[in-house]
Design a protein around this ligand. Structure first.
Ligand SMILES: Cc1cc2nc3c(=O)[nH]c(=O)nc-3n(C[C@H](O)[C@H](O)[C@H](O)COP(=O)(O)O)c2cc1C
Length: 192
């Protein structure tokens, strides 16, 4: 698959098959985050891979899913939870003003690398950082930026041109639709 095809194929996944991601593959995915561009090459990011059976539910309960869907419908139901989390940490002793951009670059690298191996993901900023820091014994000079939930996909969301609302929704068959602003509305050529 070309990089273009991979990017077009990617959708946030919130339903997962209960099949473990091999730890070597998870490690290789994190390695694509390590090698991402970094402002001033400071490289303030570190990562925790979580795939331990006892820890997974503890992280899961401290994440929030699909805020636009009613009745917590976007939260993975029992038996379809993520099988791994990658916690993205910022070392505040190293970070400059652009650490957030570094997170973006590293996160997308990892998401696309995972997808190239058939793994779906959901980037989660709505995380109870205090609780997760305690559970994972994260030192005080690190802050949790976000986590990426991963697993083999058990749903096939679709994107569609945005009309009146940016809010994603589920149709009668339970398929998630993700409205995207259209190219004509966001692309300017030479002048605004
Ligand atoms: C930085 C960031 C934080 C996000 N946080 C959450 C989150 O806390 N919970 C969640 O369910 N989805 C979260 N998402 C996923 C977005 O809801 C999703 O990307 C958006 O609806 C567009 O869907 P798509 O990824 O399929 O294009 C986050 C995405 C990004 C980039």
């Amino acid at each position: 698959m070309t990089v273009f095809e991979l990017i077009w194929k990617r959708r946030t996944i919130r339903r997962f098959r209960q099949e473990k991601i091999p730890v070597d593959l998870l490690t290789a995915i994190v390695d694509t985050g390590r090698i991402a561009p970094s402002a001033s090459n400071l490289q303030p990011l570190e990562f925790i891979m979580v795939d331990d059976e006892d820890l997974l539910p503890q992280i899961f309960v401290n994440t929030r899913w699909a805020g636009y869907l009613p009745n917590d419908e976007g939260r993975p139901p029992k038996g379809q939870e993520p099988t791994a989390f990658i916690v993205i940490l910022v070392n505040i002793d190293i970070a400059g003003n652009w650490a957030g951009h570094d997170v973006g670059a590293a996160g997308e690298n990892m998401i696309l690398a995972a997808l190239s191996e058939g793994i779906g993901s959901c980037w989660i900023a709505s995380v109870n950082a205090k609780a997760v820091s305690r559970i994972l014994k994260i030192p005080q000079n690190y802050r949790i930026d976000s986590v990426i939930a991963m697993g083999y996909p058990n749903e096939q969301p679709v994107s569609e041109p945005m009309r009146d609302s940016i809010e994603y929704y589920k149709d009668e068959s339970g398929v998630l639709h993700v409205p995207k602003r259209q190219l004509d509305d966001i692309l300017h050529h030479n002048q605004f």
